[in-house]
Design a protein around this ligand. Structure first.
Ligand code: BES
Ligand code: MN
Ligand code: ZN
Length: 464
């Protein structure tokens, strides 16, 4: 899908195109008789005797912020992609900056599961809409605004492509390879067995594929500036291991690397727009499988920092893999701060649903920045308590910690407290549990049902 920016045709200005014309008035009154009221952000295509006309509800002008504009763009694309329209001209009475935000919304929504996984696409899957021309009074300004946004949008698409990829396609080595292909990013691949990342090794040892710790670097600022670190859970498939998951919906666990995909996407976006920051992205990559070499419940494993963990449940593997990634990052990469993202617990999905990710941190300033960025980007967070009251739940009789508890309790908080043991107190750290938000259960304005790429836009904004 191509998005162009142009001046409105002939002497007609964008303002005139957007102004209520006699034709539009007539349409609206006809719709009114049918008790249709265009709601803000609603898009209504109408086939008239003069061809297609599209009504767009923009609501109160004063409330027209960037997030609203993007949602309008997304809805516009969703309504029109399959309507039979091939080339759409959009003339709204908006500034070039606002026009670029509409275009960004269109781009974000214009992703779908790659058709390469089918022999032939279904008839009703065809997107007719091939080209959109955004009309405004200063198209070159809109174009340059969009160029920056578009690079983030491409990174969101990249993250979604990774999440949707089946477990037999995005295996651990394939994931490593995909990370190595990000333009402008340096990749270092660490063998967990050689480096003493024994928890990550324990998670991956049942698989035919070797686990890996991927370290990606973007240097956009002074060499002396400490990098911000992003750490992602990259379980390419989570069977649960010996504590195997129920069959129903297990296939969704191909997306258990959504945190790693968000980290990779953010680095892609930062490099594409040459952001003046230093960032390291660390992804703990493994496949959690069942086999004669898989970890057993009750195994005790010494993690990278020296703490030992009793593996109570092999299905609580994400926190094991992340623990080593966090300890390694803290010790070896000297970060200014750490933000980790993981599809970590079913519990957070129950607590917060699909519209907000869980935020755990002891750093109020970092919390404020993350929460604000989440609101601005429509990647919303909700802060949850990182408190010691449940610590007994992860005390082990034999090791320093156990990875979960069989008792009823808030597993998302247990998991966050578990992770906290692997980050020294003097490094500001935040943990985002994105198990509910990494994939949408229904269509939304910026993403259809399926992978959302949650985290890329949020982190891009926080690091910018
Ligand atoms: N990857 C899952 C968490 C998950 C659940 C992600 C649903 C996305 C959607 C994680 O590895 C897991 O299995 N967690 C267990 C932990 C339990 C065994 C303590 C869970 O949430 O059931
Ligand atoms: Mn699991
Ligand atoms: Zn998992």
């Amino acid at each position: 899908m191509k998005i162009r920016f142009a001046l409105p045709p002939g002497p007609v200005s964008a303002r005139a195109l957007a102004a209520p014309s006699a034709e539009a008035e007539a349409l609206l009154s006809r719709l009114d008789q049918n008790s249709f009221k265009p709601e803000p952000e609603e898009v209504l295509p109408i086939l008239t005797d003069k061809g297609w006309r599209v009504l767009v509800g923009i609501g109160e002008r004063a409330a027209l912020d960037d997030a609203t504009l993007r949602r309008i763009g997304g809805n516009l694309f969703a309504e029109l992609a399959q309507a039979g329209i091939v080339h759409l001209a959009v003339g709204l009475d908006l500034s070039p900056e606002q026009t670029a935000q509409i275009a960004y919304g269109i781009q974000l929504r214009a992703w779908r599961t790659p058709l390469k996984y089918r022999k032939t696409p279904d008839e009703d899957e065809v997107w007719h809409l091939a080209e959109i021309t955004m009309l405004c009074d200063a198209p070159e300004i809109a174009r340059s605004c969009f160029a920056r946004l578009e690079s983030v949008g491409k990174a969101v698409h990249f993250a979604r492509d990774l999440v949707v990829a089946p477990g037999n396609v995005l295996t651990p080595p394939a994931f490593v390879e995909a990370l190595g292909d990000i333009p402008g990013i340096e990749l270092e691949v660490i063998d967990p067995r050689k480096a003493g990342l024994n928890l990550l090794q324990a998670v991956g040892q049942g698989s035919a594929y070797k686990p890996a710790l991927a370290v990606m670097r973007w240097r956009g600022a002074d060499k002396k500036d400490k990098p911000a670190a992003l750490v992602g859970k990259g379980i390419t498939f989570d069977t649960g291991g010996i504590d195997i998951k129920p069959a129903k919906y297990m296939e969704l666990m191909k997306g258990d690397m959504g945190g790693g995909a968000a980290v990779a996407g953010t680095l892609m976006a930062l490099a594409a727009r040459k952001a003046p920051v230093n960032v390291v992205g660390v992804v703990a990559i493994a496949e959690n499988m069942v086999s004669g070499r898989a970890s057993r419940p009750g195994d005790v494993v010494k993690g990278y920092g020296g703490l030992t963990v009793e593996i109570i449940d092999t299905d609580a593997e994400g926190r094991l893999a992340l623990a080593d990634a966090l300890a390694y990052t803290s010790k070896e990469l000297k970060p200014s701060k750490i933000i980790d993202l993981a599809t970590l617990t079913g519990a957070v999905e129950i607590a917060l649903g699909y519209l907000r990710a869980g935020l755990f941190t002891t750093d109020d300033a970092l919390a404020a920045r993350l929460l604000a960025a989440g609101e601005a980007e429509d990647e919303k967070l909700w802060r949850l308590p990182l408190v010691d009251v449940y610590d007994d739940a992860i005390k082990s009789e034999i090791a320093d910690l156990k990875n979960c508890s069989w008792e009823r309790g808030p597993d998302h908080i247990h998991a966050a407290r578990f992770l906290q043991h692997f980050v020294p107190d003097d490094i500001p750290w935040a943990h985002l549990d994105i198990a509910g938000t990494s994939e949408a259960m229904e269509d939304g304005p910026l993403a259809a049902e399926g992978p959302t790429g949650f985290g890329v836009r949020l982190l891009d904004r926080v690091l910018a």
